[in-house]
Design a protein around this ligand. Sequence first.
Ligand SMILES: [Zn+2]
Length: 316
Amino acid sequence: MYRIGIDIGGTNMRVGIFDDGGNLVVKEKILTNAQEGATVAIKRLKLLINEVLNSKEVDKTQKIKGIGVGSPGPLDPWKGEIQSPPNLPGWDNIPLRQNLQDKYNLPVFLHNDANAAALGEFLYAYNKEVKNLVYITVSTGIGGGIISDGKLMLGDKGSAGEVGHIIIRPDGNMCSCGNRGCLEAQASGTGIFTRTQEALKNYDRPTILKNFDLLSSKEIIEAANLGDSFAKHIIEEVQMDLALGIVNIAHAYNPQKIVFGGGVMQSGDTFIQPVIERAREMILPSMAENLDFSVTKLGGDLGLFGAAALVDYFQD
Ligand SMILES: [Zn+2]
């Protein structure tokens, strides 16, 4: 049997087909062009699904168990509606689940992308063996998903695991949510960029960052790795803030494993290792002892694995 995974992002929409062994058989992507509106984008998404289903890698005699969709939140997983995500402007109360169910006559599951990714890790990367697992994505924003005692935590509104809005510095940067000092405002890719820009205004000594026209978190981390003292100072502060967030998460959920994903993690060990070390020093020793950290092994396909995992988790 197959399951279809759909990963909707602010930039791309991806579709993948997975077999019973959790192997990705085929995948394709197209631009989301969210500004064209949900109706047009969903039409194009269905064309992409059809194209993937008709591709030569797919065994046409296999049945399809269901469709899983990971999307930026907020969304209502019970209604199957996408509700005005900041990354998908104009997508207000879009009944995506009903729409796909009507078209394909298959069970459809819609959840936020970070929760789906946590399930992808739980089911496919760790084969249900790690029953207490937290997934944290550090990208443009910061998000998370919590597996507790082998179950995905949803919360009252399906929004459990929004770890990006844990407040770690009440006097910190403004967050998109309206609060100050959220983990996301302090330590996401956007947070790193904003902090650097602010600090550069008052910095009159040399730094290689002044040579860049377009700064990204990647360049700032690279400059720190190269020994630029301005960049190093910024990145050390970011690492401390990320560590504080992780300490709070570890104390709240007592996971066996914390898995990191997202674009900022592509900067490698030099960025994340000091974060892990600082966090370990602050987590209660009884909890830190058995806590393991890793970066996702599913790479850029984690969103697809997560979407497919929704089918296996909610259908079984
Ligand atoms: Zn916030």
